[in-house]
Design a protein around this ligand. Structure first.
Ligand SMILES: Cc1ncc(COP(=O)(O)O)c(C=O)c1O
Length: 512
């Protein structure tokens, strides 16, 4: 929390625990918390982006000013694209990227880290690999994935994965799309907040009906498994989608609770568990490095329990550019995914599938997993410590992923909402992701300030340490400005003109 400025003097550094009540007194009337999004410049700019107009309760009618290509409708950008467009409007470009801190980044640093094994700098392209690969992927890679899961999570269990339980896909989102394309006309539950792309992926496949549930801070953003069990019966939920570990809260369902969750798959409900951050688990005092989490550990019969696991090289192997991922599940799911892959994406890149096989060697994996956990835990602890020193205490520090879900409610308005905090940091050459992108249908909400994610931003500690420090310095500058000048400099003067300056190149490396 920030300390209120004393009249005529610069306040010293903030002290955690200082009451915020003082702030409230010094905030002048016009700067009170926004009651409606239209009072906020940051929110008005958000509404101007294509696909972000509010949609009424009535069926959507296409906005003729926005949709000029007949029959084409913008689905609304995932958070990362909107945030990068706003960064570009504030002077970010591919050439100037090194002057910017990208704490919005949804990808881990890809360079060498201490004790991790080197990754290939070049890959062979044998003639066979110039052919299409099967839509379910190269058999040897499917076998390598099945073997890795059996070694990591199914030791001593009778039912084991085989290649027939694995479908290789060109990235996690392609995997999600393939799965979404084969879900029939059913209720599909998901939680808020969760990974931004679920909104669009679920929305693109009109047959399934998405049913959101809001996760509470008081409950550590945990999914209430008892309630879910009830909902399955009373609401007729057929499919449940969740990331675990969860983006953006950094919380993980494990042990007994994960066991209970997996048990739901034996009650005629299909669980889709997005386990992209399964290695980003940070041991507590006395616990060992090298443990990872997967629902695969709790499945009884790999062909009977309806659990669909999505994972890949993107995060754990720190290879987002390879676009080699997989879906793991009952054999009968894999044959359906082969069919949706044949019209959606045609399969993953053939030479990179071959190059991925040695990366899945269990011994190699264990070395990389430990190196990754040590390195990212150091970064997590560093960022949390600096935030704390600035008076920004994280209620539930992440025990997994590389994200911090930061509640800004303790700051004075308008810095206390994610979209304004984001705009203020852009002025300081730093990118974070406003919380509303992790809400259901953020662009279609009629009043964005009512979103349960309105007061949050997601900070990523995926980038290298020096970039994190640049971003933290920027946050410090914003808070210092607030202490010395009050709230007058905030909430306005945002650059909106893109002046046709955005090039494809400016977007390079921005994804995830
Ligand atoms: C939970 C989760 N699932 C899937 C993905 C996407 O993976 P990919 O980049 O392989 O499409 C991400 C990326 O940010 C993610 O956070």
């Amino acid at each position: 929390m920030l300390e209120a400025p004393r009249k005529g003097s610069l306040t010293p550094m903030t002290r955690p625990g200082t009451p915020i009540e003082h702030w409230k007194e010094v905030v002048n009337d016009m700067m009170k918390a926004y009651k409606h999004e239209m009072e906020s410049e940051a929110h008005r700019i958000f509404r101007e982006a294509a696909g972000h107009k509010p949609k009424a309760v009535l069926p959507q009618t296409v906005n003729p000013d926005e949709e000029t290509v007949p029959g084409i409708e913008h689905p609304g950008s995932t958070g990362v694209i909107y945030c990068s467009d706003r960064a570009i409007a504030n002077g970010f470009s591919y050439a100037s990227a090194h002057d910017w801190a990208n704490m919005g980044q949804g990808a881990p640093e890809v360079g060498p880290i201490p004790d991790a094994l080197p990754r290939p700098q070049s890959i062979p392209v044998p003639e066979d690999s110039l052919e299409y690969a099967p839509t379910t992927g190269v058999k040897a890679l499917r076998e390598a994935v099945a073997n890795l899961y059996n070694v990591q999570y199914r030791k001593g269990k009778e039912s084991k994965y085989t290649y027939e339980n694995v479908c290789i896909v060109p990235g996690g989102r392609a995997g999600l799309s393939r799965v979404a394309a084969v879900i029939s006309n059913v209720y599909c539950a998901y939680q808020i907040p969760d990974y931004t792309a679920y909104d669009q992926v679920l929305g693109a496949f009109k047959r399934l009906v998405p049913i959101p549930t809001v996760l509470d801070q008081e409950n550590h953003y945990k999914m209430d498994i008892k309630q879910t069990k009830k909902d399955i019966r009373t609401q007729g939920l057929s499919v449940i989608l969740a990331s675990n570990p969860r983006n953006p809260t950094g919380q993980v369902i494990k042990g007994q609770e994960l066991d209970e969750l997996v048990a739901l798959s034996r009650e005629s409900t299909t669980l889709i568990l997005d386990e992209f951050y399964s290695w980003y688990i940070y041991p507590e005092e006395g616990e060992e490095y090298g443990q990872s989490i997967s629902s695969a550990e709790y499945i009884k019969d790999v062909n009977e329990d309806s659990v669909i696991i999505i994972n890949g090289l993107t995060k754990n192997w720190r290879l987002p550019g390879w676009r080699i991922c997989w879906v793991l599940g009952p054999k009968n799911l894999i044959t359906a995914l082969s069919q949706s892959g044949s019209f959606l994406d045609g399969g993953a890149n053939h030479p990179l599938q071959l190059a991925a096989i040695p990366m899945l060697d269990p011994e190699r994996v264990q070395i990389d997993k430990i190196a990754l956990q040590k390195h990212f835990k150091r970064k997590r602890d560093h960022v949390l410590k600096r935030l704390y020193k600035m008076g920004l205490k994280v209620a539930h520090p992440p025990n997994s992923t590389f994200y911090i879900w930061l509640n800004l409610e303790s700051l004075p308005a308008p810095l206390n909402n994610g979209l304004t905090f984001f705009e203020e940091l852009l002025k300081e050459k730093t990118i974070v992701i406003p919380g509303i992108f992790f809400d259901i249908n953020p662009a279609h909400r009629r009043n964005l300030v009512d979103s349960p994610c309105h007061h949050f931003v997601r900070l990523s500690f995926g980038p290298p340490m020096k970039d994190l420090d640049m971003g933290l310095d920027a946050i410090h500058r914003v808070l210092k400005k607030a202490r010395t000048h009050g709230m007058k400099p905030f909430g306005h003067s945002y650059k909106t003109s893109l002046d046709g300056e955005i090039t494809e190149e400016d977007h390079d490396g921005i994804n995830g």
